[in-house]
Write a protein that binds this ligand. Sequence first.
Ligand code: HEM
Length: 220
Amino acid sequence: MKRVEKVGEESNINKENLIKAIGDLFAGGTETTSTTILWTILYFLHHPDKQTRCYKEIQDIIGSGRLPSMKDRPSMPYTQAVVHEVLRIVNIGVFGLPHSVDEDIIFHGYHMPKGTVVIPNLDSVLSDDKIWGDPDVFRPDRFLDENGQLVKREEFIPFSMGRRICLAEYMAKMELFLFMTTLMQRFEFKPVDPDNLPTLKGVFGITHAPSKYEVRAIPR
Ligand code: HEM
């Protein structure tokens, strides 16, 4: 910014844009990850076997004596599969962000004049029976191959797709891996009342978030 100012160049690299970009990072970067963590814990309350399997992987690869690090991630396909399955099933950014077409186009027979607002429905892919078979079932194994390794599926689009895909996809996955493994290494999550589990029905706001719930975090 200083260099551009110094040479007096006409540029968008200015204070106004810097403030907006920082605002975008805060807005896009806080609720998204924290909401996904809340969903993961909620799904663990409903699927304790999956929590146990993640904890076993943590014990096998990291143990209890040190913090998880990104170097551990490639050796922990099940934990990664859990993160993927939570992102798929809860789809926190249901309608992505609105975009508009910058020229007249015809798409699948529909004429869209320049300026038409387009709102992608990510859920139509993430919950498609034809793609996933049982989209309403929480099944992290769908992201593992027969050797237990993580598989990339092109229909996995919680971060949207194309040129305006979430610019923090890699960072968000990194945060989710580190936060979740650190939490699970230290706590076991249990329901307050096992006969009355908190609902998996979410609330739609800026993101698709879980309804408020209580959980017991028991130190390991
Ligand atoms: C679980 C985590 C996250 C999910 C599921 C998610 C999902 C999304 C989605 C669906 C979009 C819309 C893409 C489109 O317009 O087609 C988006 C955009 C964006 N996200 Fe994320 N996001 C996550 C985390 C983050 C984090 C951690 C940051 C920042 C540190 C972030 C910053 C942004 C920004 C700035 C945009 C707008 C990009 C643009 O318009 O070019 N997101 N995200």
